[in-house]
Design a protein around this ligand. Structure first.
Ligand SMILES: Cc1cc2nc3c(=O)[nH]c(=O)nc-3n(C[C@H](O)[C@H](O)[C@H](O)COP(=O)(O)O)c2cc1C
Length: 405
């Protein structure tokens, strides 16, 4: 197969197309899909369209500065890599590849609770840039042990995902047999044969092992048996008392991921959580969820002074990242775009995805007259809520208050 020419990729969608070409449908659908009618995925992206950036001129933007402070560290830009499970299925070794690429670009990388690389190896290769995302286990003893391992690995930040209380109805996965463990349908297997480069790698490396869970499964369990064990342990609803307990156990920065309501953000602040990620899991959990960007203003207005508000879900352009930062996010993350890069061309593809965002963020800042990340704020925004009826909801009223403030 012809080598991938990344010079021709001018935006994230170009990387998506390359990823789609290389991956079998079973794997691509897992990255791309939402659930049910996939309204949530479209909504995340289209919601950005209702925010406009109003440019200002007469400001010296010859040398803009994208460096961003987060939890006491200076990163080279405001955009990092969100946790994505089973990444090795798209490119062998993807977890540590993403970690190393993030380190080289000096941005944070969050390793998924469903990764195939070990927490300990993340500590070895990228302790200063690697965070760990915990999927809470039914047996809370397992979660507590994982937290100890994250601490012993020298990682600074623990992310608890709360928006997966159950397996959502991802219809593409059901049709392909992308179950837990994966049992591909005959059609999905045959289709995979059309992707020989991927197939050769898969046969070489075998079924990805959820390595961080292996030690809790019965001794000698195969990758499939470990996946079966993990399917018994999670998903489970995470309770506020779990967050309280983890806060006691975890000395580092604690982030709760998947917050969509200001009152839940307030609960996190009351429990001593350091940061939240406003996110709807990239539209993968609740199809009727609002676009994550729509709830960000109300949440930032409620807890922005008390804790670090971060954001993901639907960012495909540097200008989307800028909108989120103007609406009160201190940092943003992407999930699918860096996976497209990894699937398309390995580490070079991930680097390319980060470069594309950096370039677009930089050009947008110059064009709108924002010399640095600190200068971004609601003064650059105008937006039209697309549905006037929702103006009477508490969420919209809080948004309106924050807009007027
Ligand atoms: C293939 C895939 C796997 C994911 N796995 C996880 C995961 O293991 N843990 C988690 O907290 N979020 C997971 N997410 C959600 C991402 O962390 C992030 O919230 C989402 O992708 C952001 O939306 P975006 O893809 O539009 O950028 C996953 C997303 C994708 C696309």
């Amino acid at each position: 197969m012809a080598p991938v020419n990344l010079d021709r990729t001018v935006n994230v969608d170009d990387l998506r197309k390359l990823a789609k070409r290389r991956l079998p449908r079973l794997a691509y659908d897992f990255i791309e899909g939402g659930l049910e009618d996939e309204r949530g995925v479209t909504r995340n992206e289209s919601a950005f369209a209702s925010f406009d950036l109003v440019p200002r001129y007469g400001i010296d933007v010859t040398a803009i500065d994208q460096s961003t402070m987060l939890f006491g560290r200076t990163f080279s830009g405001p955009l990092g890599i969100a946790p994505t499970g089973l990444a090795a299925l798209f490119r062998p070794g993807a977890d540590l590849m993403l970690a190393q690429t993030a380190k080289a670009a000096n941005v944070p990388f969050i390793m998924s609770g469903a990764s195939t690389a070990l927490i300990e190896d993340l500590g070895r290769v990228a302790a200063e840039h690697g965070w760990y995302q915990l999927y809470v286990a039914r047996d809370r003893g397992i979660s507590e042990d994982m937290i100890r391992r994250v601490r012993d690995a020298g990682l600074s930040t623990l992310v608890i995902t709360v928006d997966v209380p159950t397996n959502s109805k991802r219809e593409r996965n059901l049709r392909n047999g992308f179950t837990r463990p994966i049992k591909p349908t005959l059609g999905a297997k045959l289709e995979a044969l059309l992707h020989p480069a991927w197939m050769a790698e898969y046969l070489r490396t075998g079924t990805p092992m959820l390595s961080n869970w292996q030690r809790y499964a019965p001794p000698g369990a195969s990758a499939t048996e470990v996946a079966e064990f993990v399917a018994q342990q999670m998903p489970v609803p995470v309770l506020w008392r779990d967050i309280e307990n983890f806060r006691r156990l975890w000395p580092g920065k604690l982030v709760v991921k998947g917050i969509m309501h200001p009152d839940d953000a307030t609960s996190c602040a009351a429990l001593g959580v350091d940061g939240i990620m406003v996110s709807n899991h990239g539209g993968r959990q609740l199809d009727k969820s609002p676009g994550a960007i729509e709830v960000l203003p109300a949440i930032a207005a409620t807890v922005g002074e008390k804790m670090t508000v971060m954001f993901d879900s639907g960012i495909r352009r540097g200008s989307d990242a800028i909108v989120a930062l103007c609406l009160g996010a201190k940092y943003v993350f992407v999930g699918r775009p860096t996976l497209y890069g990894a699937a398309a061309a390995g580490a070079a593809g991930v680097t390319r995805a980060l470069e594309i965002f950096k370039d677009e963020i930089g050009r947008t800042m110059v064009q709108m007259g924002a010399p640095d990340i600190r200068s971004l704020g609601p003064q650059f925004l105008t937006w039209e809520p697309d549905d006037r009826r929702r103006n009477s909801s508490p969420m919209m009223m809080a948004m309106e208050r924050s807009r007027r403030a």
